[in-house]
Design a protein around this ligand. Structure first.
Ligand code: PLP
Length: 499
């Protein structure tokens, strides 16, 4: 048995995230008498299509390389020992795994007319696209262009964007922020990655938990922790309005524990997937509990005011010494440019900034430059309330009307109160099948939703409710939403009747 190094394969093909993490692949030559020509393999390798995983990589070498094929009986087995973190991070978690299934379904049944209510992508609204286009043109025509895109910048962010955010928030919310209180990140997802792993995980004094006080919550939190056990979510209480088929999750303060072993607290407000908005009182209760132990609280404000202002109920952003107010421009029409913004104390911001320097230096400066103009002019905040919010709020009304019209009164279905975000969340009490089976049944009638069970990251408890929910995106047309509610009603009725 002999081992040879296939180092070139890794350096020549940096397209797979997996392979970039390793520098060497060992090839086990099962027939040691045959010497493969590694130079020829390398040149063949470069003409191969992009690969997505190691098994595929191994097969490609075996079957696609002329060299290997011509050396008959020669087999190469890739023997990759990924680190624990490598294994963990190379897995699809939560909703990303479902999205793969959805993508495969859509591709496999290309001719079929699906109504896709699974999208996490915001709708491209013409007024919003126009705004980003206008500021791009302004940037291209300005002498700043070279400075913006042809140079590295500071890890903390592009100064005009930081200044615009400071001015806007100080004025809007009567704060005393300085530029040291702001960090710009490549999307807010990265911000949570830094925080979860900086504040949570293994410490000299034991494990620090990342507490999610209200489950369900954003599925993305699930895949981020380098120590996955550090994520700990609490089961909510249910506020049920049976007569109107509505409900709302509330934090269960009789169970919620924040203490010495808490690294940080994290929740989205408004919440993806439920559309819940924690009340000011609930937020203060959580932040006060955390403040007694100097625990940072991250309030994921990806859907909050002042942009994208996807709250359909009154809500005020809440600030404080131990609060990191975390924003995203993704739902304000700029998901492709990856802009996240954290506001908080200098100390907390400094920790996250260093994490960012180590990880990626800084966020894209083109995106930051056009965002600076949109924030400073006030146009982004204006369009958020005049265009973005009404668009999704109206979609929610269409969905409610469809449910009222088609869902039978006598079945125990519940729609979560639509207080914000771009989704509707439904619970089917005592559903005779799982959420995954319901997802499959809906696919059969041309409707794609997201099964709810992937939105309970960190909730260890067995709870039938986790398998009784679905998430519906508010991104389809009015007619599609109405048709989908009609078909959903028919499927759910059949399921409860045992058909
Ligand atoms: C609640 C919530 N937080 C964070 C994110 C990540 O957003 P981004 O990294 O695009 O800023 C999303 C994306 O959908 C989200 O819904």
């Amino acid at each position: 048995m002999r081992w040879r190094s296939l180092r070139f394969a890794l350096t020549a093909e940096p397209r797979s995230a997996n392979r970039c993490q390793l520098s060497t692949v060992n090839c086990q030559l099962l027939n040691p008498l045959v010497q493969p020509d590694f130079r020829e393999i390398e040149s063949n390798w470069k003409s191969l299509p992009p690969l997505t995983d190691y098994r595929q990589l191994s097969r490609m070498v075996v079957y696609n390389s002329l060299n290997i094929c011509s050396i008959v009986h020669q087999r190469i087995i890739m023997n990759l020992a990924l680190s624990q973190i490598g294994t963990q991070m190379s897995n699809l978690t939560g909703v990303r795994a479902i999205m793969k299934d959805i993508q495969e379904t859509l591709t496999a049944r290309k001719g079929q007319d699906f109504i896709n209510l699974s999208a996490g992508n915001p709708v491209i609204l013409p007024e919003i696209e126009q705004m980003w286009r206008d500021y791009t043109i302004e940037l291209l025509d300005s002498p700043d262009y070279g400075e913006v895109v042809c140079r590295y910048g500071s890890s903390q962010g592009y100064q005009p964007l930081i200044d615009a955010v400071v001015t806007d928030f100080n004025h809007r919310y009567s704060l005393n922020l300085t530029s040291r209180n702001v960090l710009i990140t490549p999307g807010s997802q990265s911000l949570y990655f830094y925080a979860i792993n900086a504040f949570g995980g293994q410490t000299a004094g034991g494990m620090k938990q990342v507490v999610l006080p209200l489950s369900p919550d954003y599925t993305g939190y699930g895949g981020m922790a380098i120590v996955p056990d550090s994520i700990f979510a609490y089961k909510p209480t249910l506020d049920i309005d049976a007569a109107n088929h509505r409900f709302k999750y509330r934090p269960d303060f009789s169970q919620l524990r924040i203490g010495e072993d808490t690294g940080c607290v994290l929740f989205s407000r408004p919440c993806n997937p439920t559309g819940n908005v924690l009340t000011d009182e609930e937020v203060h209760k959580i932040t006060d509990l955390a403040a007694s132990y100097d625990v940072p609280v991250l309030i994921d404000s990806a859907y909050a005011p002042p942009f994208p202002s996807l709250n359909f109920t009154e809500m005020t952003p809440i600030f404080g010494d131990n609060i990191l107010h975390c924003m995203s421009l993704s739902k304000a029409g700029l998901p492709g440019e990856r802009i996240g913004i954290a506001l908080g104390s200098e100390k907390l911001i400094g920790i996250l900034e260093s994490f960012q320097t180590n990880m990626c230096i800084h966020s894209s400066r083109y995106g930051q430059a056009i965002a600076a103009k949109a924030v400073a002019s006030g146009r982004l905040a204006d369009l958020a309330t005049t265009v973005i919010r009404p668009y999704y709020q109206q979609k929610f009304a269409v969905l409610e009307a469809g449910l009222t019209k088609f869902m039978p009164q006598d079945l125990p279905w519940y729609l979560h109160r639509g207080e914000g975000a771009i989704f509707a969340w439904m619970w089917f009490q005592d559903l005779p099948i799982t959420d995954w089976e319901l997802y499959e049944a809906l696919k059969q009638v041309g409707i794609i939703v997201v099964p709810g069970s992937s939105f309970f990251p960190g909730l260890r408890e067995d709870w039938a409710h986790k398998q009784q929910c679905i998430r519906i995106s508010l991104t389809a047309s009015d007619a599609q939403i109405t048709t989908a509610m009609e078909r959903l009603a028919a499927v759910v009725t059949g399921v409860y009747q045992g058909k």
